[in-house]
Design a binder for this molecule. Structure first.
Ligand code: GAL
Length: 783
């Protein structure tokens, strides 16, 4: 049985010996997940969370303990903690990113237990990932859920199921107190609550299974039942039947070759660092799968929340996971022992997730270390003989002790090939996966100039294109999903690495569509411009990019058809959905000019278009000459020529210029985007109601704000302030006044009560009408 222990803790931001005997009355009441400080948006001191703090939790055990075993389970705390229960010292435990489970059978009481956690969130150089610099913050606090696990005195543990897409199942487990009494174990397999098979052997073949795949992530349950003279008990795990294998020729899921296209994820959030409950962890998986349309995520650079992994299992999102570390290998035996311990703990904790296709068992971008990595690989292969290992490096021809050569390829700097030829990187023939690209090569903010944001999108496209060029590249995982907090040695000087295709609030930058447009799950149609010449150097619109998975794009100016555009397969020959390059702005309306013959208009049109794209001072000599001749031949005065320019290009002082782009698929217009001068802006929220589910702990939901015009174009340069007022048993995470970032903001709202509740949030922009979103929370019993 599991008893959640997340509500009503007391927290002191420091530690004094006295707290062990009596906790101060002025302690703050908090719930878990918890961040030991509220994290400012940016420009803060990264020492702020590096402190020793103390937590107290008083609790009764709900179920009669009797002669059962009781364990205290922490999902994750940063970094290490001394733990005391009822005055007994339970020792020091290191978590960082991994669960800690402590046997408290001998010290727990049925009632009036007092748990003290003295949490040290300082970066300890003896524990990975610490000891040198790291490009991300690790925050502090008990940031994942806590529970009691109550089990029969003899019980199953480490119940692991491997199942392939042919229905072959292999089960392993350990038995606690195996020596106490002879026992028998049998298994019951079910799918969606219906029993499919009952059997006793640990290797078994099931007929007619539904395989787990990206499109159909079928999940099964295995109940293992242990019977002895002492107990009758069972354990349940969820898994999927699938075969995931990296070969020299690429990646295969259930014998089907799949190109992996994905993003790296940091589990950091604004205001609270790592401390987000299930809903927001699931939200990230949904964003990756549905908004970004990727098929793989790398949990860079550490094991991530079980809620996130569960959601990946449910959604069919593949996962490349990693243990904690970044570039540095500590040379003390302690440091290296932690690496081995973390490898083991990561695999034991995550074994049953069908979404995980690779265990990363090398410190991200570290040097070769034959001894250390021989050991991590051996541990991984012994504990999980069915999954391959990878080891992320950033240099070529490194010693390959893993099954897959996983490589961070930062070759692309715009204008050159997207990726290295794997032949140049691999020390020998081997499966090959690109685990990072872009990132620091081109930091991009949601509010950067348009040309930077467009270039960012193109750089991601270039790399994806290259991944398709080389059939033996299993895939590419871009750096990265979202902007993240970092140490002072990295980022833009404000403690943020603006490397995401989403901002820190998970709102899209243009490059989100470089990924989204490659999927066919939904129509994606993004015009990467507000068509304002003043935003561009020299006032030149140049070519405009449309990212979409439609067949063609038709452009209209003030409802006059200009041209139809087709995917730019010249620049992107390997992409499934190459972008559209809008490079024709004049259109056929110019042929309505009566005072020139058609032949002359054709020359004029070509010259005007060239000037629109390159600028008047950069048109070719040939074009200049052709215009000169035209002017002489047809007696076109300079001012008449300027008139054509104003009419067909600049539109200065004339009727508002409105562009419309229609997306065509199978001959039909399936989507449309109008781009007009940004007037009449309104703040809009994604919803007028939010539903919260309070269960094992509090819930967090978000209101997504966008400052848009009537055509839903986001005012990407807006940092409009909004005042946030909440009514009812809810609270806003972060300050009461927040600003939009790049015209967008996610406001995170948290429940504060364990019972059902109703309320609202009023969001008042500095300009414009307030928005009211209703909040409803419901208490849900966890199964
Ligand atoms: C890589 C590193 C990532 C991140 C990225 C930025 O070298 O593995 O953690 O720092 O660079 O591009």
């Amino acid at each position: 049985m599991k008893q959640a222990l997340n509500f009503s803790w007391q927290f002191m931001p420091d530690f004094k010996d006295d707290y062990l005997s009596s906790f101060p009355d002025n302690a703050e009441n908090i719930d878990i997940p918890h961040s030991n400080v509220s994290i400012p948006m940016h420009y803060f001191d990264e020492q702020c969370y590096q402190r020793i703090s103390t937590y107290q939790k008083c609790f009764d055990v709900d179920e009669p303990v009797g002669d059962q075993k009781v364990y205290l389970h922490f999902g994750g705390f940063m970094v290490k903690a001394k733990i005391y229960l009822n005055g007994h010292d339970l020792g020091e435990h290191v978590s960082t990113y991994l669960p800690v489970q402590i046997d408290i059978t001998n010290v727990v009481k049925q009632q009036d237990n007092r748990l003290i956690v003295v949490l040290d969130s300082n970066e300890d150089p003896d524990i990975p990932p610490f000891g040198h610099v790291i490009d991300y913050l690790t925050y502090g606090g008990i940031y994942r859920e806590v529970s009691l696990q109550i089990s029969a005195v003899q019980h199953l543990k480490h119940l692991h199921v491997h199942a392939n897409h042919q229905g072959e199942i292999t089960i392993s487990y350990d038995v606690e107190n195996a020596e106490m009494s002879p026992y028998a174990v049998s298994f019951e397999l079910s799918y969606q609550g219906n029993i499919v098979d009952v059997f006793k052997q640990t290797k078994h073949k099931i007929d007619n299974i539904l395989p787990w795949s990206i499109d159909h992530p079928h999940l099964y349950q295995l109940r293992a039942m242990l019977t002895s003279d002492l107990v009758e008990t069972s354990a349940v795990v969820r898994f999927g039947f699938r075969t995931a294998i990296f070969k020299d020729s690429g990646f295969y899921l259930n014998d089907e070759k799949i190109k992996l296209i994905g993003l790296n994820r940091h589990q950091a959030y604004a205001h609270v660092g790592y401390a987000m409950p299930r809903s927001m962890q699931v939200d990230d998986a949904l964003i990756l799968k549905n908004t970004l349309g990727v098929n793989v995520v790398r949990t860079s650079h550490y094991p991530q929340s079980e809620h996130f992994l569960n959601a990946c299992d449910e959604l069919g999102l593949l996962v490349v996971q990693e243990f904690p570390g970044w570039q540095h290998i500590g040379q003390t035996p302690d440091w290296k022992n932690h690496v081995l311990d973390f490898t083991k703990r990561m695999i034991l904790a995550t074994y049953n997730h069908p979404s995980i296709i690779l265990h990363g068992v090398r410190i991200n971008e570290s040097q070769d270390d034959h001894d250390l990595y021989s050991k991590t690989n051996a541990i991984a292969h012994e504990l999980d003989p069915f999954r391959q290992t990878g080891g992320v490096r950033n240099f070529k021809k490194s010693e390959l002790l893993e099954d897959v050569y996983t490589y961070n390829d930062f070759l692309h700097h715009g204008g050159n090939p997207g990726l290295e030829n794997p032949k140049k990187v691999l020390p020998r023939k081997a499966p090959y996966l690109v685990t990072e690209c872009n990132g620091h090569m081109f930091p991009t903010k949601a509010f950067d100039p348009e040309r930077i944001r467009v270039e960012h999108a193109h750089r991601h496209l270039a790399v994806i294109d290259s991944a398709f060029k080389y059939p033996n590249i299993s895939g590419v995982i871009g750096w990265c999903m979202n902007d993240y907090h970092t140490h002072r040695d990295f980022g833009s000087g404000d403690h943020i690495c603006y490397h995401g295709v989403l901002d820190m609030f998970r709102n899209p930058k243009m490059a989100y569509a470089s990924y989204a447009s490659q999927s066919d799950d939904r129509i994606v149609f993004e015009v990467l411009s507000t068509m304002n010449i003043g935003e561009q150097p020299e006032g030149l619109l140049g070519t405009v990019t449309v990212l979409s998975n439609v067949d063609s794009v038709k452009m209209y100016k003030n409802d006059h058809y200009v041209a139809e555009f087709h995917p730019d397969i010249k620049q992107y020959p390997h992409l499934k959905h190459a972008p559209f390059k809008i490079d024709e702005y004049i259109g056929d309306a110019i042929y309505q000019e009566k005072d020139l013959p058609k032949k002359a208009i054709k020359i004029l049109k070509k010259a005007l278009n060239e000037a629109t794209i390159k600028g008047l001072s950069h048109v070719s000599l040939k074009t200049m000459l052709s215009i000169g001749l035209l002017m002489v031949r047809y007696r076109i005065s300079y001012s008449r020529l300027v008139g054509y320019w104003e009419k067909y290009v600049s539109n200065w002082g004339q009727k508002t210029l409105v562009y419309r782009f229609d997306g065509i698929k199978n001959g039909q217009v399936v989507c449309s985007k109008t781009v007009a001068p940004l007037l009449d802006m309104t703040l809009k929220a994604n919803t007028d109601q939010l539903h919260f589910k309070v269960s094992d702990t509090y819930d967090v939901q978000k209101v997504v704000l966008r400052y848009v015009d009537v055509h839903e174009t986001v005012a990407q340069l807006s940092s409009l302030p909004v005042t946030l007022e909440v009514q009812g048993p809810f609270v806003v995470l972060g300050p009461k006044v927040q600003s939009l970032h790049g015209g967008q903001l996610s406001v995170y709202i948290k429940t504060t009560s364990r019972s059902d509740g109703k309320g609202s949030i009023t969001i008042t922009p500095n300009e414009g009408k307030p928005i009211i979103v209703e909040l409803n929370s419901e208490t849900v019993i966890e199964k």
